[in-house]
Design a protein around this ligand. Structure first.
Ligand code: DP6
Length: 330
């Protein structure tokens, strides 16, 4: 099945498009990573994943119908040329909603994710755009359907439809109708995430190509789905009992296992830079000295620290440039 068929089945008859207010979707960080697809057209994952959304950090998007043949895309106040990768990806996604109409849109999208943090904005970007299109076309879709649609833009976007802890059920259907995220009904006041910038440049191999290469060429990858499923259970247990040691150690081991599959791919995928490894060694040394801090990393060189608010002063003493986010407040 291709994504147009799937969307046709899910969407009610769209109404005439209207201009919308801004719609916000948070960025998210996976504690159990999505790595590997069983269907790359529909972004269907090989394993389930679990993330935490980053409260006020994310993307705001509004859309407005316009006359003319082409979309007009604005990112952080700057108009983008239609042939940029960003504008093409956005318009390609909106095509799914246009169905038989040729309606063009002006899309204004703004990220408040600190550029220095090296956080991906595609998850919050596609989630915010999905919310805006739902409003503009008066589709009235439920959150699970919005999550499924956002997934077609970028897999991890399906988790950015929700706040707090979020699980992405991988689903088993070939058409992907059962592959969407849902929120986990548990808060964790005092849980802190720190963004450590190693390098904010554009990565040489994006997640999409990186995971395809891993699935195709890495023998270690066979053990990844089992690891991810075990980690998912541990994270549920950690969230349920607010066991920070279990949460942090599981997230760190999960990220390192994903990186092990990347490194063992061919050609090798090494996203780490010398400063990434230096930061890891510093974290391990501090942990040995009794400071409970853990890290997670995505397909890039930057680290995200996990710690508890009670340790903020000490953590900041060791990482003075840290940008801190409290997903559930203090
Ligand atoms: C390492 O969601 O960016 O951040 O579905 O191809 O758009 P596509 O990939 P994307 O991959 C995210 C990978 C990750 C782990 C995660 O966020 O779960």
């Amino acid at each position: 099945m291709d994504k147009f068929e799937l969307v046709n089945r899910v969407l009610p008859q769209p109404q005439a498009a209207e201009a919308t207010d801004e719609h916000f979707a948070p960025s998210n960080i996976a504690l159990c990573k999505y790595w590997g697809k069983r269907d790359s057209e529909l972004n269907l994952p090989i394993n389930p994943s679990l993330s935490v959304s980053l409260a006020h950090l994310g993307t705001r998007t509004r859309v407005e119908p316009i006359e003319g043949p082409a979309d007009d895309v604005w990112l952080n106040g700057l108009q983008l040329r239609a042939d940029t990768l960003f504008a093409k990806r956005l318009s390609g996604f909106i095509d799914l909603f246009r169905q038989t109409s040729h309606q063009a849109f002006r899309i204004e999208t703004r990220n408040n994710i600190p550029t220095a943090a090296g956080l991906a904005s595609s998850a919050s970007g596609f989630a915010a755009l999905t919310l805006a299109l739902n409003d503009s076309l008066k589709l009235g879709l439920e959150s699970s359907a919005l999550s499924m649609l956002a997934r077609l833009g970028s897999g991890s976007a399906c988790r950015s439809i929700y706040e707090g802890f979020v699980e992405w059920h991988m689903g088993h259907r070939d058409d992907g109708a059962d592959s969407h995220a849902h929120p986990i009904d548990r808060r964790w006041e005092g849980l802190a995430i720190g963004l450590i910038k190693v390098d904010e440049g554009v990565k040489s191999v994006d997640s999409r190509s990186g995971m395809a290469r891993t699935v195709e060429s890495c023998h270690l990858y066979q053990s990844w789905p089992l690891q991810a499923n075990t980690d998912l259970m541990k994270l549920h247990q950690a969230i349920e009992s607010q066991d920070f040691t279990l949460l942090g150690s599981t997230a760190e081991q999960n990220a390192l296992s994903m990186h092990a599959t990347m490194i063992a791919s061919w050609p090798p995928l090494v996203y780490w830079q010398p400063d990434s490894l230096a930061a890891m060694q510093k974290i391990w040394a501090l942990r040995q000295q009794g400071l409970e801090i853990y890290f997670t990393m995505d397909a890039g060189p930057n680290l995200k620290l996990l710690f508890q608010q009670q340790d903020s002063t000490e953590v900041l003493a060791h990482f003075p440039d840290l940008e801190i986010v409290m997903p559930f407040g203090s």
